[in-house]
Design a protein around this ligand. Structure first.
Ligand code: ASP
Ligand code: MG
Length: 405
């Protein structure tokens, strides 16, 4: 008998009626001859509600008790789903993170899973019970409750699927799969039948918020196929695995866009060893993550420009840090803008096909879209452009690469 994990997100368990609907989906999987482990998120909005309560008591609190509080959200939906399953004649037990032996490190609010002692789950499965696991939570070695960071139930589901060598980890959500691009930007966006782990990581880190990024990393590491499905609509969803569709000639999977960008430039810094380090070290010390970096070739009299991008929420802070750096260096001038976005073409087909970058740039040029920065990796080409051109760029690229077909 094969084992399947079914994970349901907050919008899928947002009401008692929906929980009853989810129970029928689990029941269907059982009747197809699978054993099932279910992982649930808290009911939609519940985690935010609990966070709000904690904030009212102490705005800055983020330690042990916050995790004890947040973990209750998932416990509630797990128990409710077990009740619903029992009512439909399926024997089910709910379990908290600590009951399923989800051992994590001690980083409250963003704990990492260290190991799983699945003996309790196995015992229940042997008794032909469905196990409903409260997602997003674990326990540290001292028995304290921990949580895995926002969206962490995805990671719970993948970790269990890896530990128990499940056939598939099915993640049910309010969209019916992973799309070639954001359908709100390009209505011709198409659901992908399959995508590789690495492509999904690129799409996810670029703003496609269907899955917690960590869960995709974990799935890749342990080779657990993930299938993203809709709770509300029947279909095959999107399979995320190592398989590449070799039948396709030039595989581009999608166009991702990200508004959370800001660009900073230090003009006129001396072009000598150590300059990049001098500029970036204080940024790193201020805990600001850097995305793209460009330094022009120092041409004019040994003077260079240095440009990089950061998350938009860090823009002001980064600006301040740079102003201080420039003052210390005694040369240069800082300029910047948060009026930019990043648009990326993602696909494993780039590895084996030359000419994708030039096709991308000429498509953008024909649409009169000015490129401000470019960066590439093995399976991704990103450009930074003005924010107002974002939707147009996404549509143009979606078209140029025939992603609607
Ligand atoms: N309930 C948690 C959150 O809202 C975890 C999850 O849904 O995966 O982030
Ligand atoms: Mg989620």
């Amino acid at each position: 008998m094969s084992l399947v994990v079914q994970k349901f997100g907050g919008t899928s368990v947002a009401s008692v009626e929906l929980i009853e609907h989810v129970a029928t989906l689990v029941k269907d999987t059982c009747s197809q001859g699978h054993q099932v482990i279910v992982v649930v998120s808290a009911m939609s909005g519940e985690t935010d509600r609990l966070l709000g309560l904690a904030e009212k008591v102490d705005e800055y609190y983020n330690g042990r008790e916050l995790d004890a509080l947040l973990a209750t959200g998932e416990q509630g939906s797990a128990a409710l789903l077990a009740i619903a399953l029992n009512k439909q004649g399926i024997q089910a037990v709910s379990m908290t993170g600590w009951q399923v032996g989800m051992l994590t490190d001690q980083n409250y609010n963003k704990a990492r899973i260290q190991s799983i002692d699945a003996s309790k789950i196995k015992k229940c499965l042997e008794q032909s019970k469905v196990v409903v696991v409260a997602g997003f939570q674990g326990i540290d070695e001292n028995g304290n409750i921990t949580t895995l960071g926002r969206g962490g139930s995805d990671t719970t589901a993948v970790a269990l699927a890896a530990e128990l060598k499940c056939l598939e980890c099915r993640i049910y959500t309010d969209v019916d799969g992973i799309y070639t691009t954001d359908p709100r930007i390009e209505p011709k966006a198409r659901r992908l039948k399959s995508i590789t782990f690495e492509e999904m990581l690129e799409m996810a880190s670029l703003g496609s918020k269907v899955l917690q990024i960590r869960s995709v990393e974990l799935a890749g590491k342990y080779n657990v196929p993930i299938r993203v499905l809709s709770t509300f609509k029947e279909g095959r969803g999107t399979l995320i695995s190592y398989e590449e569709n070799s039948m396709e000639k030039m595989r581009i999977s999608g166009v991702a866009s990200n508004r959370d960008e800001a660009q900073l430039t230090v003009r006129g810094v001396p072009d000598k060893p150590g300059v990049a380090a001098n500029i970036l070290a204080p940024i790193a010390d201020a805990n600001i993550e850097i995305d793209m970096i460009v330094q022009n070739v120092g041409s004019r009299d040994g003077i260079a420009d240095f440009t990089f991008t950061v998350h938009r929420r860090d823009y002001r802070k980064a600006m301040q840090v740079l102003e201080n750096t420039v003052a210390e260096l005694g040369s240069g001038r800082v300029i910047g803008t948060d009026d930019i976005v990043k648009v990326s073409l993602v696909g494993v087909g780039m590895r084996s096909h030359a000419g994708i970058a030039s096709k991308m740039f000429s498509a953008l040029a024909q649409a009169d879209i000015d490129i401000r920065m470019i960066s590439t990796s093995e399976i991704k080409i990103s450009v930074v452009i003005k924010e107002e051109l974002m939707n147009k760029a996404v549509q143009v690229l979606h078209d140029a690469f025939g992603l609607d077909k």
